[in-house]
Design a protein around this ligand. Structure first.
Ligand SMILES: [Zn+2]
Length: 264
């Protein structure tokens, strides 16, 4: 079977195990069904996820011009504390910013390699945790807008990491943490503006990834250096495809690449 299209991050459905899907314009792949099969990935060209032109992807699947212009790539996406829609202040497009920022957001703890703090829209739970390859996670606060989530994350970063070690995550070099205890310990550092939104009764969510064999020394596939790769798919974790020879392919960081995928 052969599929071709522009890569966007895999869609997911929580379950035992999590189900992963690649969506192309004309094709739809349940990636779990490719496990133990020989899969090839061949780079064709770029296609910006916004303008659709064949221009080199700069970041987040967007070409350079789109990245510096469109509201979907503004700084407050990566740095939620820079959100200003709650003050009625426009960054790039106030209507878009109000729609995305002025909705319930969650600050959470997720354990993918070690415990880290993060922010997401409430509707993105557990999607965001799955995308990070977290095997367990818990909510800390649920606030009415992105700004409050951002300042809470900043305050908690002094006491817990905000980074994922992707190699450790893929090797499954992990330990079980008591996230309820972490949350209770961090409660005292939540900023005053967000304190009333603390969630004290939530329990950990545990996630189960479809992996047959974890890599020992993960090597990341770079389609620019290796425009054709073929291997046996052995797992999916976070947004990574894991192959038998320890090659790993980060689908999300290749958004905007048009690829041809063949399954034998
Ligand atoms: Zn573009």
């Amino acid at each position: 079977m052969n599929y071709e299209g522009v890569l966007t991050k895999m869609q997911t459905e929580n379950g035992s195990p999590i189900q992963y899907y690649l969506l192309f314009k004309h094709d739809f792949i349940n990636v779990n069904q490719l496990l133990d099969k020989k899969v090839s990935i061949s780079f064709q060209r770029y296609q910006c996820l916004n303008c659709g032109l064949q221009k080199k992807v700069y970041r987040q699947g967007f070409c350079y011009d789109c990245f510096f212009e469109i509201p979907q790539a503004a700084a407050w996406i990566i740095s939620p504390e820079k959100s200003k829609a709650h003050l009625g202040i426009e960054d790039r497009d106030l209507a878009y910013e109000e729609k995305v920022q002025l909705q319930p957001h969650v600050v959470y703890l997720a354990n993918s390699s070690s415990v880290k703090v993060g922010v997401t829209r409430k509707t993105q739970i557990p999607t965001r945790w799955i995308d990070q390859g977290a095997h367990e996670a818990i909510e800390i606060v649920e606030v009415p807008n992105r700004y409050l989530a951002g300042i809470t994350e900043i305050a908690l970063k002094d006491f817990v990491s905000d980074k994922t070690n992707w190699r450790a995550m893929l090797k499954n070099d992990i330990k079980d943490e008591d996230l309820v205890a972490w949350r209770n310990k961090l409660k005292q550092y939540i900023p005053a503006e967000a304190a009333e939104y603390y969630l004290e009764n939530n329990l950990e969510t545990n996630l189960q990834f479809p992996v047959i064999k974890y890599p020992e020394k993960p090597k990341s596939l770079n389609l620019l250096k290796t425009p054709f790769y073929e291997g046996i798919l052995k797992g999916i974790k976070g947004q990574y495809l894991i192959f038998e020879d320890d090659t790993v392919f980060n689908v999300r960081s290749n958004e905007g690449s048009v690829v041809s995928i063949t399954v034998n």
